[in-house]
Design a protein around this ligand. Structure first.
Ligand code: SAM
Ligand code: DTB
Ligand code: SF4
Length: 364
């Protein structure tokens, strides 16, 4: 099998993305078969362990406190609540639980200790555990690894240029630094992005350059179609065309042959035929469960019917990498350092974010 290429240019990626559809599909499906079983799809369940009230201004996100959206906020869940949800996910065929928190970054203390306990608990259920908690330091990544974390999700979300037009409260380099911190441990990296935020095709290619030139490349890559939530700055964006999703999935598959490409947010807008085309083009993972973090997702029974129709099987846990060992809190080698990392706060003005914030103030 050929070595993975790590020096993809934007021009090369654009050339792939813009190929005639039938050639693109054929090439992606061929590469897919060389690296993966085409009849196996990994199933992850999302769990929003801390919802809403976030300090950031991410233009796509219903959980940013400054916008007026209709989501119900929640403090950090208990370990018992998380365990019950994980068992439910396992019983419906999920091999991975991905716990999301509406945090800018992780802070050492009781709440992080509680998250570490959640990681230990789910790993002991023999499920892959993923967390997405915002920016983390190397020490925090080590502590998660020691608890038995399998993957850390931290998306680049767009090209570096377009990111500045969507988020003003943190920089692209912070995202790359967090991914670098995760890479210093044995936790796998899950990183991808969102399409349909008003970006150009060049920005999609720019994001794929940033992801594919990471060495090693991320073990999984979520491709989200924007869920345009009322009250967010991106509320008026038009739904992503299925053809764009297929092109994005196929291009990701071709340039990152080993990664698990995850069909993420936006599946409620896609037909089963559209999703089948995405699987053919190399998608081999989904988020299942009736909710993503705060927005709806297809019914899990409908997803399983789709799997039946297509002859797809859910991937067993730890197929790609052995299960990490869990170290108990009282035997930990890494203590909390209580660091105060200087994550950046560029704070340039994004007109549509300012407008969404102003209209939220009027409504409150
Ligand atoms: N707070 C952490 C962070 O931002 O890294 C973790 C949770 S955050 C909600 C995780 C990811 O969800 C984002 O990076 C983005 O890719 C995705 N996301 C959030 N809102 C979305 C939306 N409306 N549509 C599609 N994807 C979305
Ligand atoms: C990812 O790339 N997509 C997921 C997960 N990683 C954390 C989140 C999608 C969120 C969609 C909007 C919502 O439900 O709040
Ligand atoms: Fe907060 Fe994450 Fe949403 Fe940004 S994407 S507002 S950091 S929860």
């Amino acid at each position: 099998m050929s070595e993975t290429k790590h020096n993809w240019t934007k021009e090369e990626i654009l050339e792939i993305y813009n190929k005639p559809m039938m050639e693109l599909l054929y090439e992606a499906a061929t590469i897919h078969r060389l690296h993966h079983d085409p009849n196996v799809v990994q199933v992850s369940t999302l769990l929003s362990i801390k919802t809403g009230g976030c300090s950031e201004d991410c233009g796509y996100c219903p959980q940013a406190a400054r916008y007026h959206t209709n989501i119900e906020g929640n403090d950090l869940m208990t370990v018992q609540q998380v365990k019950a949800q994980a068992l439910r996910a396992k019983s419906t065929g999920s091999s991975r639980v991905c716990m999301g928190a509406a945090w800018r970054n992780v802070k050492d203390g009781e709440e992080f200790d509680q998250v570490l306990e959640m990681v230990r608990t789910i790993n002991k259920l023999d499920m892959e555990v993923c967390c997405t908690l915002g920016m983390i330091t190397e020490n925090q990544a080590q502590r998660l690894a020691e608890a038995g974390l399998y993957a850390y999700n931290h998306n680049l979300d767009s090209s570096e240029e377009y990111y500045k037009e969507v988020v003003s409260t943190r920089g692209y380099q912070d995202r790359l630094d967090t991914i670098g911190n995760v890479r210093k441990t044995n936790v796998t990296v899950c990183s991808g992005g969102i399409i349909g935020m008003g970006e150009k095709i060049e920005d999609r290619a720019g994001m794929l350059v940033a992801l594919s030139t990471l060495n090693p490349q991320p073990e999984s890559t979520p491709i989200n179609a924007l869920v345009a939530v009322e009250g967010t700055p991106l509320e008026d964006e038009q739904p992503v065309e299925i053809w764009d999703m297929i092109r994005m999935v196929a291009t990701t598959r071709i340039i990152m042959p080993e990664t698990q490409v995850r069909l993420s947010a936006g599946r409620t807008q896609m037909s089963r035929e559209g999703q089948a085309m995405c699987f053919f083009a190399g998608a081999n993972s989904i988020f299942a469960g009736d909710k993503l973090l705060t927005t709806p997702n297809p019914d899990v029974n409908e997803d399983m019917k789709m799997f039946d129709t297509l002859g797809l099987n859910p991937q067993k846990p730890f197929t790609k990498k052995v299960q990490p060992q869990t170290v108990e809190a009282n035997s930990s080698q890494f203590e909390a350092l209580g660091e105060k990392p200087k994550w950046t706060r560029p704070d340039h003005k994004i007109e549509r974010n300012e407008q969404a914030k102003a209209s939220a103030k009027l409504q409150k």
